[in-house]
Design a protein around this ligand. Structure first.
Ligand SMILES: [Zn+2]
Length: 282
């Protein structure tokens, strides 16, 4: 499972202790890739574990291509905004933070100095970013939470769709991910062919979803300020967005997956060329 530091299994849960030790000893700059997601409602057609299952695919692939160890420490994330729909399991913010800090702290104790956190659920983002800051200070380790790539043509298509159609949750983008990664778990026939958005928001705010407006930078932030905290405040079917899940394209997502994995692998490759800065030694 690890031969002179070269892993043949990448989940921490599948490695023996000697295999983990061999990797730690021979890999010059061992990197642990941590993935967090959620268990939450994903409209009528996507599985509750969508975000965690997707992030598992990412971290395993990144670990495989970078000789890293993948850790998926928990299934739930921070999803109180979805509790209005059945099936959602949320941690409180401090539980998720504790899970992340304890995971990093344990592995830091064994000498791991470099961590990558990949996140599959928007609700976790602020907690993750705080952990990046606190773990550096508390455990003397480096932590990256890579975003991107944002500059590819495909990334621009996704970003534009998010702005224009507010395609954030269980819409075109996410349905494409699920159809690519685990089509057997998607029940697209639960979304009517002639689906129309259940979104109940003030038409004035809806008009702000137009990135071509000259004042978009301002009005998009007004819209964000007005966004109501819980999904069931503004959606009856749990899908945010104006685009129909039936328009999802798994092929498009396959390309996006590949680009993001390669991006993070390249980040790790470049990172390993940099010696450990003094504050993180010892
Ligand atoms: Zn999701």
């Amino acid at each position: 499972m690890s031969e002179k530091g070269k892993l043949s299994k990448f989940w921490i849960t599948e490695l023996t202790r000697p295999a983990f030790e061999d990797w730690l000893e021979h890999e010059e700059h061992p990197v642990v890739v941590i993935g967090i997601g959620s268990i939450e409602q994903h409209g009528p057609h996507l599985p509750l574990g969508m975000d965690s299952m997707a992030v598992k695919r990412y971290i395993h692939e990144v670990a495989k291509r970078s000789n890293s160890v993948a850790v998926h420490p928990c299934w739930p994330g921070f999803s109180p905004h979805h509790l209005g729909f059945k099936g959602t399991v949320t941690f409180s913010w401090d539980t998720l933070m504790g899970v992340l800090m304890d995971t990093i702290g344990s592995l830091a104790y064994h000498g791991v100095k470099r961590f990558v956190i990949m996140n599959g659920h928007g609700g976790n983002r602020n907690i993750m970013n705080l952990v990046v800051q606190l773990a550096k200070r508390e455990y003397g380790v480096m932590v990256a939470a890579p975003s991107g790539p944002d500059s590819t043509e495909l990334a621009k298509v996704f970003a534009d769709r998010q702005k224009r159609l507010w395609d954030v949750h269980s819409g075109i983008n996410e349905t494409g991910t699920a159809l690519y990664m685990f089509p057997e778990l998607v029940e697209l026939d639960r979304v009517p062919e002639d689906w129309t958005p259940s979104l109940d928001v003030d038409p004035k705010l809806r008009a702000f979803l137009d990135p071509d407006r000259g004042d978009y930078e301002v009005v998009s932030q007004v819209r964000a300020a007005c966004s109501q905290p819980d999904t069931d405040d503004f959606s009856t079917d749990g899908i945010y967005g104006l685009g129909s899940p039936h328009d999802a394209d798994p092929e498009e997502y396959a390309k996006r997956f590949e680009k993001r994995v390669e991006f993070v692998v390249e980040l790790i490759r470049e990172w390993k060329k940099i010696p450990t800065p003094p504050a993180f030694q010892g």
